[in-house]
Write a protein of this length. Sequence first.
Length: 375
Amino acid sequence: MITSIRPFGRLAAAPSAVIMQPTTLCQPLDCRYCYLPFRKDKHLMPLEVAHAVAESTNAWALADPQFEVVWHGGEPLSAGHEHLARLMAPFTAGKHTVQTNAVLVDDAWCEFLLERDVGVGVSIDGPEHMNTNRVTRAGHPAHRVILRGIQRLKAHGIPYSAIAVVTDPDPSRAAEFYEFFVELGCHSLGVNVEEQEGVNTSAHEPDLGQVVEFWAALTSAWEASPVIQLREVSRVLAFAGAVLRHESPAGPTSAPWDPLPTIAYDGSVVLLSPELAGFTDPRFGDFTTGNVLHHSLHRLVAEAEERTPWLSEFWRGVDACESTCSYFGFCGGGHPANRYFEHGGRMDGTRTHYCSTAKIALLKGVTQHAHEHRS
């Protein structure tokens, strides 16, 4: 099943986090670039699913103090206070985090988050003129209602990170983009160049030279005011530091892959790529490794190689990347969802648009900035 280049079993025995989908509904937004297939339907996770997952994750979390239970949607807050509280209750170990569009955040939700010490990530794409793809169901701009929720978090003293999707990586706007998040008050920022995956088939491919310049300009803005953590720059710096120390950079090139199980609302488990949840394929079926209502999550992860039809084809693609791409040491082989959606349903293709913009252009951009500003 696995290629001969590496030994059998490429997945770590335990994940560093589990992603929980308490509901498929994303309320009240309908972002134009969203990849989720059921975001307008309110399927709620039954309590028995959470109890089944917690049986495995509680043990993992006791062994790993950094273990996270990530509530991701849809919009997790769409599940409601009472239901989300019941879903969280079985998890007696591990750090809870929630990724939210912040529109539903009010004083009651802030009290909920504080009482349970829940980490918060907010999805917002920058200043209002860069946030135009985040709209309500009625097609109205969502910027102001997102900011209203963020102000409630700040009023209650709740720290938060931010994730932004950049559709047009214009280097002339990079400084303005970064300063917006500095003024917003988040402690860290993750930047995703819009990807073609899931139901989002319209993502355009920006000029790669422009994307390199964007990352260089963003690095410059961060270096001038490094008051928040910039996730992508941190990854490049960590990689460069390991190379300079003649160490193997941490990641799938030197360690087992993190299984990163996503638990859909119905208990089905998708590994490695949350974006595959909810989709089916003539060859691979529904991409799931199993369901926690039938087998423990621990068992599903342990037997993933045998239970997941698409994994062997994905590993072949990773091996092809390693043998052909000079950026493999930094990238590590990409993500299954990007391969699948960009290569017409194949997992064994190599370079993707995501690789080019989020890995290669990123590394080139940060390196270009470093060369241009050497003392």
